[in-house]
Design a binder for this molecule. Structure first.
Ligand code: HEC
Length: 133
């Protein structure tokens, strides 16, 4: 009986180890997806490191602001909702297009786009830094 109970405990603990592994893998995958989607959709204006870019004169290149200090600006809490709404077009940002014609809004309806959206939001969180002294 005791052996059986021990066996059960072992099985249960190894299950939760597997579950943790799966969750870790899922998280890593989401972060990789977010980094890739950020590179494809955002980096041209906001820079790979999120620190922003200058507008290039005589081209279509619009400069984007620094996205790495959002947490600092919001008093230490990463403004997840704000970033989400900026991307999905609920908040109007001129360079992103209007609410009627957001750059990404149309693609954000399907579930896959939703997970890309939240992956980008997570990625931008990883770019947050402390202000330069
Ligand atoms: C065409 C260039 C361009 C692209 C591409 C772009 N942005 Fe922006 N973004 C801007 C500009 C310019 C602003 C500032 C506009 C303003 O303040 O009116 C801005 C503002 C923002 C803001 C608000 C920043 C703040 O300080 O309040 C966030 C958040 C943001 N962008 C996230 C993103 C994300 C995430 C992506 C990719 C999904 C992206 N942007 C793609 C140009 C761009």
């Amino acid at each position: 009986m005791r052996v059986a109970a021990l066996g059960l405990i072992l099985v249960l603990t190894s299950c939760s180890v597997f579950r943790d592994d799966a969750a870790e893998a899922e998280k890593a995958e989401a972060l990789a997806l977010g980094a890739e989607a950020y590179r494809d959709n955002c980096a041209s204006c906001h820079g790979m490191d999120g620190k922003g870019t200058e507008a290039i004169p005589d081209t279509e290149q619009v400069g984007g602001p620094d996205l790495t200090l959002l947490t600092v600006r919001y008093g230490g809490d990463y403004p997840r909702k704000f970033v989400t709404h900026v991307i999905d077009g609920r908040l109007e940002i001129f360079a992103h297009g209007t609410r009627q014609m957001p750059l990404w809004g149309t693609q954000m309806d399907d579930p896959e786009a939703q997970s890309t959206l939240s992956a980008i939001v997570e990625h931008v969180e990883t770019l947050q830094r402390a202000p330069d002294k």
